[in-house]
Each structure stands twice: as C-alpha cells, then as structure tokens.
Design a protein around this ligand. Structure first.
Ligand code: GTP
Length: 247
C-alpha cells in the first residue's frame, strides 16, 4: 500500500483480512429467529463499507445459531462426527444468507465450500479464492475445514494462513478479551493488547487451542471485537484501538 493511501484518514491498515463471524451474532433470541433479517442487513452494510475501502475480505461464519456440533454431542447424545458435520452444514446456510444479502447491496461474492456440493457453491480452491479476492470479490469460506473435530475459529486460522491474511478479525458479541468473565465478575478488566504467550499462560481462551496455536505459529494477529457496535468493523480495519489485539 502506498504511503499516500496511509496518510488518508480512511485508509485501511490491512489489505487482506479474514473476518470470523460467530453464528450467534445472526440470531435473534427474543424473536426466536435463527437468522435475523435486520442483523443480516446491518452486518452486510458493515461488510460492504470495508469492502468499498478496498480491503480484500475473506469471511468465515460459524453455525452456532443453527446447530453447535460439540453441544449437540454432549447434550443430545449426537455422535460427535455427525454433530460436527451438521454444524458445518449450518455454516453453509449462514454463508448463503450473507451472500444473498451482500449481492443485493452490490458486493460481488463467491462462496467456496470445504465440503464439495457443486450445485450450491464452488469448491474450496485456494488459488481461486486468492484470485477472487484480488479481483475485488468477497470470498465466504463455508463448511468449516470440511473435517469434524475442528471449529470455525480453526477454519479462520487456517484460511488466514493459506491466503496470507494480515489479521483475523474475530467478531463476537463481547468487546474484547477480559482477565475473567465480565458477566460474572464486576471487576473484570479488558485487555487492549496482549501477547500470544501471555494469553496462553493466563488461559484466556481467545480461541480454541488448535486455532490459537495456528495463529501463533504463523504470526497472525487476532483482534477480538464487538461487531454490534456501529462502525466497529471499519475501525478495526483502520487499525483504530478497539477490542483486544492479540499478537
Ligand atoms: P473468474 O474466472 O475470475 O472470472 O471467476 P468467476 O467466479 O467469475 O468465474 P467462474 O466461471 O469460475 O464462475 C462463475 C459463477 O459460477 C460464479 O458465481 C461462481 O461462484 C459460480 N461457480 C463456479 N464454480 C462453481 C461450482 O463448482 N459450483 C457452483 N455452485 N457455482 C460455481
């Protein structure tokens, strides 16, 4: 990126990002909707804004609003592998919903699925995904890694490593990483910046251990932030201090 662009107030700090969106963000608990249309529209607007800034965006969305593999296995006695595949299919549903909404707003999108389902989406092909991004298309990586026993956080870490993303933006419902659970402890403190080593030492569970070690080993910083705060995604790609940066 040229220095001219960097001096502008609107210039993104990152040229290529992986945005990990928790499936839970899409849900409206009060109305009992798995995918809230208003949330979908607001998220797509935020995504369009960063896309319009020229940022190459790879999106990984979870499926927890529809089905959660691990808790399905624990609570309902579903076989773990079956549960995980159900969760992967849930991410495809969320990916299709986001694709549809984004394309209606004029953002060109390509969905690539880690589980081949060619009538529904392109298969995941790394070189094609990178080419799509270079051509200004937002790429949604669906169906997790295509394997059971891996989370969508691990998918984000894997795809970020593969496409050489500069950062993973982990969009959640909480505004960062705390030293203890802020819902249970009033005196919980939020970290603005923390090293991988300290997060590991203090067992802060920024991501599951597979995802976390992939990021650490491949030097991919993780920014944990609250996607519901308006403009947060733009601030994140501009490198403004929001959420918690783990690096
Ligand atoms: P370029 O080759 O860079 O022009 O990329 P492109 O994605 O525009 O071209 P391509 O001909 O590969 O794809 C055209 C459209 O078909 C796009 O919307 C793709 O997402 C879609 N597409 C490509 N391959 C598949 C596939 O295997 N399955 C499904 N369902 N759609 C596909």
């Amino acid at each position: 990126m040229g220095s001219k662009e960097n001096t502008s107030q609107n210039a993104p700090k990152y040229k290529r990002i992986i945005l990990k969106l928790s499936g839970e963000v899409l849900r409206n608990k009060e109305k009992g909707e798995t995918i809230d249309p208003n949330v979908l529209i607001n998220l797509s607007k935020e995504l369009k804004a960063v896309h319009d800034m020229g940022v190459q965006v790879g999106l990984v969305v979870g499926g927890g609003n529809i089905f959660r593999g691990l808790s399905g296995a624990k609570k309902r006695g579903v076989d773990r592998t079956t549960g995980d595949f159900t969760g992967m299919l849930a991410t495809v549903i969320n990916s299709m919903a986001l694709m549809d909404c984004l394309e209606k707003m004029g953002v060109e999108v390509r969905v690539q699925s880690a589980i081949p389902m060619k009538e529904v989406a392109e298969p995941f092909i790394l070189r094609k995904a990178i080419r799509h991004m270079e051509k200004g298309r937002l790429v949604i990586f669906a169906a997790g890694t295509g394997n059971p026993y891996f989370s969508t956080d691990t998918t984000a870490a894997l795809r970020a490593s593969e496409v050489n993303a500069q950062i993973i933006l982990k969009a959640t419902k909480v505004d960062g990483v705390y030293d203890k659970d802020p819902n249970e402890h009033k005196d919980a403190n939020k970290y603005e910046h923390i090293t991988f080593f300290d997060a590991l030492r203090d067992r802060l569970n920024v991501m599951d251990s597979t995802a976390f070690s992939l990021c650490m080993d491949n030097n991919i910083p993780i920014l944990v932030f609250d996607i519901n705060a308006p403009g947060a995604l733009q601030k994140a790609v501009k490198g403004e201090s929001i959420g918690t940066l783990v690096e």
